[in-house]
Write a protein that binds this ligand. Structure first.
Ligand SMILES: [Zn+2]
Length: 274
């Protein structure tokens, strides 16, 4: 059960003013999530892995608002905060020094882990109104992507100012979009990379497991690879190319896992044979 809508975790933790400043600098919908360069390919690849029955139901729901593919709606949920529409958080604030996700501690509001579980239940329930199930589908598509961005599974967030290739942003944005934008020129190239990495999967896993993987990546690479932290970080961190060279395959693997798991949970929710 999710609590009533509250201000997002990001805004709560870092102050709404700071969050809005970030958004203004970074451009809408790039501030708190994978950008379209990640969300659209994840959704497109996942849709190709759906069973015929699941794909048929997805297309029927999408047709209610004249969308034709999951890629069309993959970034819809990022309009929540921009349009002041209540919605779930797109992250889960696991403390950096914690072993892993703890629902009682990390999901008191509407965290991404709880939201994915909730919306998958709505999507699978054919007694619910179509519009409610369509919204649930759009949240699942988006949040399964977001939870695979390691910094979306960490209370740390990555709000330190960084500079890479002459562009100043923050560590969160570097992982959200900057590394992908510095590597790929179009979402189609990301689709190709993900598709090459696809392999059979024993099971879907759970949103909590997916978040724990991201938390471990933050603990073992995202911060440690920057070197020992100073007592107070006030200067811009210059990101070496070596850091990006190691981060890129991690990001590509997270996108691949997101696509594989998205198709897996959608098949389970929408195909009675699964
Ligand atoms: Zn998001």
């Amino acid at each position: 059960m999710l609590a009533p809508p509250t201000i997002s975790h990001t805004a709560r933790t870092f102050g709404l003013g700071f969050a809005l400043t970030c958004a203004a600098i970074a451009g809408a919908q790039q501030a708190f999530a994978w950008g379209r360069i990640a969300h659209t390919p994840i959704a497109q690849v996942a849709e190709r892995q759906l069973t015929p029955d699941a794909a048929k139901e997805v297309r029927r729901l999408l047709s209610l608002e004249e969308a034709s593919s999951l890629g069309d709606v993959a970034s819809w949920a990022d309009r929540d905060w921009r349009e002041n529409r209540p919605g779930p958080d797109h992250d889960v604030p696991i403390p950096l020094d914690a072993e892993g996700y703890d629902a009682a501690r990390d999901c008191q509001g509407r965290c991404a882990v709880g939201a994915i579980e909730l919306y998958l239940g709505v999507l699978a329930d054919r007694t619910k109104p179509d519009q409610e199930r369509l919204d649930a589908l759009k949240y699942v598509v988006h949040l399964v992507g977001d939870i695979h961005q390691p910094l979306h599974a960490s209370q740390a967030g990555g709000w330190e100012t960084v500079s890479w290739k002459g562009v100043t942003s923050n560590l969160h944005l570097l992982w959200d979009v900057r590394i992908l934008q510095g590597t790929y020129t179009a979402p189609e190239q990301v689709v190709e990379t993900i598709t090459k990495r696809l392999r059979p999967m024993p099971d879907c896993g759970t949103p909590a497991q997916w978040a724990n993987e991201g938390h471990q990546i933050v603990k073992t690479f995202v911060y440690p690879a920057l070197g020992p932290p100073p007592a107070i970080r006030i200067q811009t961190i210059a990101i070496p190319d070596d850091y990006v060279a190691k981060a890129l395959p991690i990001i590509e693997e997270r996108l691949t896992l997101a696509a594989m798991r998205l198709s897996c949970v959608l098949n389970k929710a929408l195909d009675p044979q699964k």
